[in-house]
Design a protein around this ligand. Sequence first.
Ligand code: ATP
Ligand code: MG
Length: 565
Amino acid sequence: MAQTDFIRAIIEKDLAADRHGGRVATRFPPEPNGYLHIGHAKSICLNFGIARQYEGTCNLRFDDTNPSTEETEYVESIMEDVRWLGFQWEGEALYASDYFEQLYQWAEMLIQKGVAYVDSLSAEEISEHRGRWDEPGRESPYRERSVEESLDMFRRMRAGEFEDGTHVLRAKIDMTSPNVNLRDPIMYRIRHERHHRTGDDWCIYATYDWAHGQSDAIEKITHSICTLEFENHRPLYDWFVTELELEEPPHQFEFARLDISHTVLSKRRLLRLVNKGHVSGWDDPRMPTLVGLRRRGYTPEAIRNFCDRIGVSKANSLVDIKLLEFCLREDLEKRAPRAMGVLRPLKVVIENYPEDQVEEFEFPNHPNNPGMGTRKVPFSREIYIERDDFREDPPGKFFRLAPGREVRLRWAYLITCTDVIKDADTDEVVELRCTYDPATRGGTPPDGRKVKGTLHWVSAAHGLAAEVRLYDHLFTRENPNDVEAGKDFIDYLNPASLEVLTDCRVEPSLAEAKPGLPYQFERMGYFAVDVVDSRPSALVFNRTIGLRDSWAKIEKSDQAAVSTL
Ligand code: ATP
Ligand code: MG
């Protein structure tokens, strides 16, 4: 079904009115100062999605006007992430830095028109003169500099004659405007810094406001879509394109940015998590970055469906992370191959099963999709089951294994627990002795007797050792951006967001497991091979997501606590 939202409604109106000659051109303009996160995915799905839907174009433009924070590493990761999400930009990737000369020429033009001037106040003085939202600004004593003098100084700024911070170029608009963005905004700053693409060619750098709309104009963007924080910048965006007297100027439209509960979506904050070692890197599977989500086992389909489902509106809100997880489960349920893995193993010896016998069962890779084929799973006298699947004194409603009780080993046999072996010192259960009923091969008793519990298992001799990493939300606080007085968002980090299990066993077919699409370990959730740390000789899996919404349970108990206060 085609998406609809207020931006698409505007586009359809523009198309009907034959504005821009029926052309639709959008762009995704990341600043290469960090890795992309799920918030960017919303913008990518919107911009590229619109281009696709209206047979238009979408550019990838690196907004690389700030030399100090930008790196080539980020440029490459951004391109990879956009492609991974399933989108391809028009032609080559573009860079605002390619427009530096044009932007400079346009700036000279505005000086010549008398609507831009070189100011020589210090940064502090400029900000002090700017006033506040409830108090008008004051004009700089340099505001009435002659065109000739401003032009000369601007050329000398470019030529490198001045130190950082000594002069700036400002647009001459209105120091008393109620919109602070129109109080003679800065267009250029002097910064003697190397740029990742233009090297030492420039020592003056354009501000976002000056570079962004003009880059849109150069690329003949029709609909420049950005987040709501820029709504107050739109009058300035329009002022620049009007003063430049462009034909068919671009227009800016704003939508609500994505925020998700229990995480932060600001590159500055994410960078802090990385630099301070709170996570292992940008690609830590707990991070909301696309590299992190990919490593965790998220699929591009799940993320695109999530973006479709949250829609596009003008009202900022916090989206519950459960919705993202729901979209993930929905996708994985259909597509993840099944397998068996035991996370906390307990050994079971089937005493009446012949010692040297090994049977190979053929199991479907997916219960409802025969097209996904089958795999062979060996069964033998000694197996591992989940420690949690056995209780010496089973409470009511515990239908799994207990002394004297019969359960089904998934698709194999029924077994009955006959003995419990414990560690003499600790009293811990270390092994179970069981018998099996050979007449129940495949897991179905011929006499139709009822067995309530079905357990997953792995043959002890054939299973592969693996490390499994379990994840929980990165922050305990629902909205870690909403920082209480005297606190820092870091204070809300979840100390239990990572649990590492080093002694797991998985079925041998997983030796060939490929990174990308997670497997469903029956009853345990979805697990993806870790692309960074897994080796054929030492498998490492990330739990992508549990099968059920464990968060809902926690929340319920929280609510229970609140209501009994
Ligand atoms: P951050 O706040 O994480 O630093 P940013 O806005 O500085 O993000 P950019 O690289 O400038 O990051 O963003 C590129 C595009 O992605 C912009 O058009 C921006 O509006 C959009 N974008 C960034 N964050 C979000 C978000 N949380 N939700 C929706 N769109 C976003
Ligand atoms: Mg930005």
